[in-house]
Design a protein. Structure first.
Lengths: 336, 352
């Protein structure tokens, strides 16, 4: 099978390519012209292009499956929208001119409306209907999935949507769900809250399983690992692994949410609906980071018989051992 | 009463500022937004409850027949879009810089005059709260005569994630003369003329402190001999922290404002009596101004006030002028003077 991977120079993209190669697939990887090419020893066909600008037509020639992993993870709201959504629009326009029908899209758990989730998030949880008061990443990923779904329907593509939780791994272990880390301390909002973690190796493995298995067509999969890992434990491993020791400062979730709601109420009274607060004091954004919920990978297990290759303990070892793959900085990743 | 109709062409970050300001106007209806990207146009329409979105601006203005077209595209597209709109009888409010070259602007000016249409460049800082207070001090005579003007716009355009340094997709302003600094020159130009008068002569210095960046220059200084006073102006990509300082030295008063952190305005006035006492009084006044500015700045931030201070006022005044057939808040001659100065800022023969 010949697979085209967009965002192949990115953190997840590189691991997807590695896993595809390990599975014996041919890979064409889209890498930004100024981004460093990972060491694939000539086994991967490199297609240099930035999805926002360059001609993408020939990227799809001879391809059986497309994995769309390109997205911005930082930058201003406008820049993330351009890099994630407008780029996807160009990418899908080019794809529509070729006979390839199979598309695996990498979305995110942020597309769910966490404030409407009751006890758990699964594939039936309602999506955001109004996400413009959320952060730039949520706006961009929500629009991206909306666009992909529409285009897939219009072109009768065989679509699979993967929605990973917090993707972590070597050099990328600091995640929003931990709370806030400052020199000397870790503020945890809800220390016993479960984290929807997926180690980058596990996440890439689930995506390749979806590429390989036709049963994934038409399905949506939440991607989280098996282990029940709470904030406290994750922060402890992080502090140990990175040697960034700090005083743990646990704050009960409902205290944090209460403060956010009080701040929001005060803001509304003083400034009306136009008032602006930082994300920690915006109730919906606070919930989207810290709400105590359960997360399930049951659909992945049932449909694709997926089991994460790495347990949490193995993921910790793979992440914090000194020998790991060199990764590019954020700045290089966005090609700046 | 029939509402005035506005449309917005280009749905990037600055368009959001225009649409936020437009949403506050009761007598204006935004009939459509347009962008080359269908999805960006739709997302903008959804966010601001605009009924229609387009990817073809000619179709949009043809259907909506707007009273004012807001052009918020990258600079290279301003000229052809403004030319089409003016040529077809529509008023235009265009983002800065209004055109890539002065000759293009002159062509647009001619078209606006021929068709009796409004052509304005976004000079939002003319209506910035601090600038208006300085203007009031000048008009009331308290500042005295303007002797010198200093403007320094300091912005970290080479920082992490800066779109100005994106080598994969060069920033739209990088094609301007002077590179991306050219994007900021109109603000500097019209503020200088507001207080120093039309430029009689200009000299400039362009330098590059950080080698290896894609910017042709990261520092700019200009010295303007104005009809009323001199002005020393600049843009710095290296001086930190960010700020947009305007200092006006008058014959009776020094006034200084950071236009990025309104409402801070510090004033030092000419006083009679014991100099030590005058210094102390000035110090107390300055401390009060700094404190008021700091608290006011935080308050504005929490209130969600746009960092594009003055744009709302400019747009409000523009629609009011259209409604009453009055003079627009920025005249064509004022836009011309700013465009002429920007042109001279970037002329090689005027560099020292």
């Amino acid at each position: 099978m010949k697979v085209l991977v967009s965002g192949a120079g990115g953190y997840l993209g590189r691991h997807i390519v590695d896993r595809l190669l390990a599975g014996g697939h041919e890979v064409r990887a889209i890498i930004r012209p100024t981004s460093p090419v990972p060491t694939w020893n000539g086994k991967v066909e490199i297609f240099h292009a930035d999805l926002r600008e360059h001609d993408l037509a020939q990227a799809f020639a001879g391809i059986n499956v497309v994995v769309h992993a390109a997205a911005a993870t930082s930058g201003s709201e406008d820049s993330q929208f351009a890099t994630t959504v407008v780029a996807t629009e160009r990418f899908l326009d080019a794809m529509a001119k070729f006979p390839v029908k199979r598309l695996v899209h990498i979305s995110s758990l942020v597309v769910y409306d966490w404030s409407r989730a009751r006890h758990a998030i699964d594939e039936t949880t309602p999506l955001h209907t109004n996400f413009y008061d959320m952060g730039g990443y949520t706006i961009a990923k929500s629009w991206q999935e909306r666009l992909v779904t529409r285009r897939a329907a219009a072109n009768s593509w065989d679509l699979t949507v993967m929605r990973p939780g917090f993707i972590w791994g070597p050099d990328r272990a600091l995640i929003a769900g931990m709370g806030r880390h400052f020199s000397g301390g870790y503020v945890m909002f809800g220390p016993f809250t479960r984290l929807p973690l997926t180690h980058v190796v596990n996440c890439a493995d689930s995506i390749v399983k979806a590429v390989e298995n036709h049963a994934a067509v038409g399905k949506i999969f939440n991607v989280v690992d098996d282990d029940d890992v709470r904030v406290w434990r994750y922060v402890r491993e992080y502090a140990k692994g990175t040697r960034e020791r700090g005083v743990p400062i646990p704050i009960p979730y409902f205290v944090g949410l209460g403060l956010a709601k009080l701040a929001a109420l005060t803001s509304r009274m003083l400034f009306g609906p136009g008032g602006k607060l930082p994300s920690l004091l915006t109730p919906r954004r606070f919930e989207a980071q810290f709400k105590p919920l359960r997360f399930s990978n049951r659909t992945l297990r049932d449909v694709l018989a997926w089991r994460p290759p790495l347990s949490f303990a193995e993921s910790v070892r793979a992440t914090y051992t000194p020998i790991h793959v060199a990764v590019t900085s954020d700045r290089e990743r966005i090609g700046a | 009463m029939k509402k005035l109709i506005g449309v917005v062409i280009g749905c990037g970050a600055i368009a959001r500022e225009h649409l936020t300001a437009l949403a506050k106007l009761k007598n204006v209806e935004v009939a459509g937004v347009c962008d080359l990207s269908d999805v960006r146009a739709e997302a903008t329409a959804e966010r601001f409850a605009v009924p229609k979105w387009y990817t073809d601006y000619q179709r949009m203005v043809g259907e909506a027949r707007p009273d004012l077209v807001h052009i918020t595209t990258p600079p290279g597209a301003h000229y052809p879009i403004a030319k089409y709109c003016l040529g077809n009888g529509f008023n235009v409010l265009c983002e800065k810089p209004i055109a890539v070259t002065y000759d293009q602007f002159l062509e647009l000016k001619q078209l606006a005059l021929q068709n009796n249409r409004v052509l304005m460049e976004n000079h939002n800082f003319r209506f910035h709260s601090s600038v208006r207070r300085i203007s009031d001090l000048l008009e009331s005579g308290r500042l005295g005569e303007v002797v010198d003007v200093q403007i320094l716009l300091s912005l970290d355009i080479m920082g992490k994630d800066s779109p100005y340094l994106d080598r994969n997709v060069p920033h739209s302003a990088s094609a301007l003369r002077g590179g991306v600094i050219g994007d900021f020159l109109p603000h500097i130009a019209y503020l200088a003329t507001m207080f120093a008068g039309p430029a009689v002569d200009i000299r400039t210095v362009w330098t590059k402190r950080v080698q290896g960046s894609p910017l042709p220059a990261d520092e700019f200084r200009g010295f303007i001999k104005g009809e009323r006073a001199t002005a020393y102006v600049g843009f710095s990509a290296n001086a930190q922290p960010n700020g947009f300082w305007l200092r006006v030295a008058g014959s009776r008063m020094h006034v200084e404002a950071d236009l990025y952190t309104p409402p801070r305005l510090s004033v030092r006035r000419l006083r009679s009596g014991e100099p030590a006492l005058a210094n102390m009084l000035d110090g107390i006044a300055e401390t009060r101004a700094v404190l008021r500015g700091a608290v006011g700045g935080l308050w504005r931030k929490l209130a969600g006030t746009s960092s594009y201070d003055g744009l709302g006022e400019l747009i409000l005044r523009t629609y009011s002028a259209l409604e009453t057939n009055a003079r627009p808040p920025v005249s064509l001659e004022e836009v011309d003077e700013a465009a002429r100065i920007v042109d001279r800022f970037t002329r090689p023969e005027l560099r020292l």
